[in-house]
Design a protein around this ligand. Structure first.
Ligand SMILES: Cc1cc2nc3c(=O)[nH]c(=O)nc-3n(C[C@H](O)[C@H](O)[C@H](O)COP(=O)(O)OP(=O)(O)OC[C@H]3O[C@@H](n4cnc5c(N)ncnc54)[C@H](O)[C@@H]3O)c2cc1C
Length: 416
């Protein structure tokens, strides 16, 4: 079957991998000049089932109020004259209760764990290199209250199948010696040994090159302008260059998915949630962590990517604006330099921003639409790298009329 994947981010390219493996004639279209140039470009690098918790948590509304108006706050919400944002926000708040939080976290975790089991297969089959590390992820805490709360959450994740251990500060120093040189006092944390880290952009670009060599068609520098329909089926897309026909289409356009779907009468609740990362060269420095870290207090993550340390975090609801707010990105840099002063050359830090495609319940939208050959694989929010392999496999199973290895009944569009 001729299948068209819209978007060459980590989600689109991983979907193309599974479709090609199933024998389809796959074409990927992207407006950028190569794969993985937008949200998948410089993310936190974590393959983190441990971070499957939905952002719509019972604590989030309180935190939003606490941080309101602070330009360096981890979460910046600016009220704008945008009815779509208001409706999305109300839906998000409606999910901030214990029952929905648990349900949403459980579905994220199911997909994250499934995805983690599929990534080794891609690594082995393709031989691509992406600064992969399988040293786990440590979530560190400095306040007793936070430690108790995260330990409780870790038990819930463990009951749902995500193996983890509660650690003392001494045990953390043994796993990640870089902390012993840090002036910052850690009181304990949670260690998820099976989580991984790696460079999502390198993975995406490497996988795209591997697929290209096997005959997958990548059409870069081409913007999709319209999806065409006839008799309840999609037939083609109109790009800025030409009409491209297809037997099936998968939309993996992240935050831009709603724009192309709206004219088809498909309204998907995705808002761009802007985040920042800082990448610091570590060559010549020997005090950078190698185990990936989630810093619960500062709401940032650290991942060692070869000779670089990536630090990422913050959330900003400022529409599709991708300008770098230097105050916010500096605040990430300052925290990193304070925690690991000798980790790298902070004066040569590279700054980046990307738009996480966030749904109101924090879970992606994967599955069929009302058009029988149009599929969605989008809305992965802060977990797209973590969930890419599972998401791609689910789509390929759907197109091949195979049932999926995990329950997918609650991650489709019909839940909204
Ligand atoms: C600061 C930050 C830190 C993060 N950290 C992590 C992490 O540690 N772990 C994790 O799992 N996830 C993380 N994420 C989330 C993760 O990066 C995203 O979920 C993931 O990259 C989404 O992938 P995607 O393929 O859907 O989107 P993208 O990579 O954005 O791909 C979408 C593609 O669609 C193309 N496109 C859009 N519109 C059109 C059009 N009209 N025509 C043609 N092409 C078009 C774009 O060019 C783009 O290449 C982070 C995100 C941010 C911002």
């Amino acid at each position: 079957m001729k299948v068209l994947v819209l978007g060459s981010g980590v989600i689109g390219v991983t979907t193309a991998y599974f479709l090609h493996k199933d024998g389809h004639d796959v074409t990927v279209i992207d407006r950028q000049s190569s794969a993985g140039q937008e949200t998948s470009f410089a993310n936190g690098g974590q393959i983190s089932a441990s971070q499957a918790m939905s952002w719509a948590s019972p604590e989030t509304p309180q935190l939003m109020l606490k941080w309101l108006g602070r330009n360096d706050a981890p979460l910046l919400y600016r009220m704008r004259l945008d009815p779509k944002l208001w409706v999305w926000s109300l839906r998000f708040l409606a999910n901030c209760n214990p029952k929905n939080f648990t349900l949403n976290t459980a579905k994220n975790l199911r997909l994250a764990l499934y995805s983690r089991t599929l990534l080794p297969e891609i690594r082995q089959n393709t031989g691509i290199e992406y600064d992969f590390l399988n040293k786990g992820i440590i979530q560190v805490c400095r306040e007793e209250k936070d430690f108790q709360a995260y330990a409780k959450q870790a038990c819930v994740l463990k009951d749902l199948g995500c193996e983890n251990k509660i650690l003392t500060a001494k045990q953390i120093f043994e796993i990640e010696p870089a902390f012993s040189a840090s002036p910052d006092k850690i009181i304990g944390g949670i260690y998820t040994p099976d989580d991984e880290s790696g460079d999502a952009q390198k993975f995406t670009a490497g996988l795209a090159e591997y697929l290209f060599n096997l005959g997958v068609n990548f059409r870069y520098n081409e913007t999709v302008e319209k999806i065409n329909i006839k008799n309840n089926r999609v037939t083609s897309v109109q790009t800025n260059k030409e009409l491209v026909n297809s037997d099936a289409i998968i939309v993996s356009l992240a935050s831009y998915s709603p724009i192309l779907l709206k004219p088809l009468g498909i309204n998907i609740p995705i808002q761009p949630a802007k985040g920042y990362s800082v990448t610091v060269p570590t060559t010549g420095y020997n005090a950078a962590p190698t185990v990936s870290i989630t810093d619960a207090d500062h709401k940032i993550v650290f991942s060692r990517l070869g000779e670089r340390l990536r630090i990422a975090g913050t959330v900003e609801f400022t529409g599709y604006n991708t300008d770098i707010n230097h105050e916010r990105v500096r605040s990430i840099l300052n925290i990193a330099e304070h925690i690991f002063p000798a980790a790298g050359d902070y004066s040569r830090a590279e700054f980046w921003t990307g738009l996480r495609p966030l749904t109101p319940d924090g879970a992606p939208i994967i599955g069929k639409t009302r058009y029988e050959n149009l599929y969605l694989n989008t809305g992965h929010g802060s977990l797209g790298w973590t969930m890419c392999a599972g998401s791609g496999k689910i789509i390929s199973d759907l197109i091949n009329n195979r049932s999926s290895s995990i329950n997918v009944s609650d991650i489709g569009l019909n839940r909204f």
